[in-house]
Ligand binder design. Sequence first.
Ligand code: HEM
Length: 243
Amino acid sequence: MHWTTDRSAPSVGPVVITKTRSPIRSNVGLKAVMAVTGILLVLFLVVHMLGNLKIFTGETSFDHYAHWLRDIGTPLLPHTWYLWIQRTVLTVAVVAHIVAATVLARRARAARPVKYAHRKKVNGSYAARTMRWGGVIILLFVIYHILDLTTGHLNPQGDASNPYGNVVADFAPERWYVTLFYTLAIVTVGFHLRHGAYSAFRSLGQQTPRGERRARAGALVLAVALCAGYLVVPFAVLTGLVS
Ligand code: HEM
């Protein structure tokens, strides 16, 4: 925040102090940060989902794909460098997304003259009201998921050279509770994404009832497609389609 003295103010009387915010810290700037980082995260989700679907092409092909991920950019970049660049960009995006969301939520609360008498009457969809806790659950899920399928610490097999085997071991029928946990987390991602995408589409599209309806439908289609694309993998293992 910059404090500036208004020199055009009359020389007599009190000095007028005006508050100006750098563009990135204004509400519009923060919403742009939310949108740009949100788009990056959705892009990752779409690409990751498509990569996961390669499990249906068989063990050799899936493992080959996972090894190839470590070689993207070579020989220009050394082995795994691309992956580390992607991890850094995603981490920065997640942190910026959370910080911008927190600042915007605090400002919205501070600007509200009186607290709502009945919290239940807060307007907005279920997805809109669950954004904060949804975000926290997704963050906790991602930490668990990395320890499960990237580092292998929480995976029954945990063999970095055989991601196909790790996925099959993870969602084995006797570990149905892991599939249940993944399902809840992915549905949470779906709700979070539906609201985020709806806000983004609404800002980009026409500000008319028709535009609103389109934004709502587009966000719903994106969220359902993504949920289905993710859930099909654990359920294929659970039902023995992939083994
Ligand atoms: C059932 C659904 C999912 C399956 C089967 C799955 C599978 C995997 C596998 C096998 C890996 C390790 C890839 C490798 O190291 O070669 C991985 C990494 C990862 N997944 Fe998932 N995933 C699922 C859902 C998700 C979701 C919903 C998110 C995000 C909300 C997510 C975020 C990540 C991240 C951040 C990594 C680490 C990538 C890295 O190493 O840089 N995954 N996933």
